[in-house]
Ligand binder design. Structure first.
Ligand code: COA
Length: 150
């Protein structure tokens, strides 16, 4: 959808992003994660807005300190009433083009093997599964590890 705008995150977005994130990720550490990312990777943190300027999604990534050619998609979320409108696609395009300009050649992520919708999304945008890790998150959560070449 053309009217969705992606812009850099600012610290003023923090409270609202925490609110949007809680139901999408069942409270899985968003408030802590966002503070770390805004300090460590501020240029890899983006917000999606609808035409009224309302925040409808976010994406955050990182680059390996010991391997600058490898990036990670750390978290992406789109509010339910804006899903399937290309918001996630736009957020990933923005993150990946920024990473590519900084020399990243490949990106990885993990996703719960039960998150069928997210897996379908990642496959659509070019990720392929390389691994499955049992007990990736405490306690006992299996995750699929997906990779994409930029
Ligand atoms: C995964 C997520 C970010 C996708 O964002 P989105 O804005 O809905 O994705 P897009 O509209 O850009 O989808 C692009 C394509 O991905 C695929 N896709 C996206 N959501 C899908 C779903 N629920 N079921 C099947 N395929 C899906 C489709 O092929 C879609 O193209 P189409 O709509 O033309 O068929 C969003 O569903 C979300 O926030 N989910 C909850 C949080 C989450 O699970 N995040 C990932 C954790 S690892």
């Amino acid at each position: 959808m053309e009217s969705i705008r992606v812009r850099p995150y600012t610290t003023a977005d923090y409270p609202l992003i925490c609110e949007l994130d809680a139901p999408l990720f069942s409270g899985m550490g968003g408030p802590v994660l966002f503070r770390h990312i805004e300090e460590l990777f501020p240029s890899l943190f983006f917000i999606a807005e609808n035409p009224d300027g309302k925040i409808i999604g976010y994406i955050l990534g990182g680059i390996h300190l010991d391997d600058a050619a490898t990036g990670k998609l750390i978290r992406i979320g789109v509010v339910p009433n804006y899903q399937r409108m290309e918001c996630g696609t736009k957020l990933t395009e923005t993150l990946f083009s920024t990473m590519k300009r900084r020399g990243v050649a490949a990106v990885h992520l993990t996703v719960a093997e039960t998150n069928i919708q997210a897996i379908a999304f990642y496959q659509k945008i070019g990720f392929t599964q390389k691994e499955r890790i049992q007990n990736y998150f405490y306690p006992d959560t299996a995750r699929l590890v997906l990779w994409k070449t930029l």
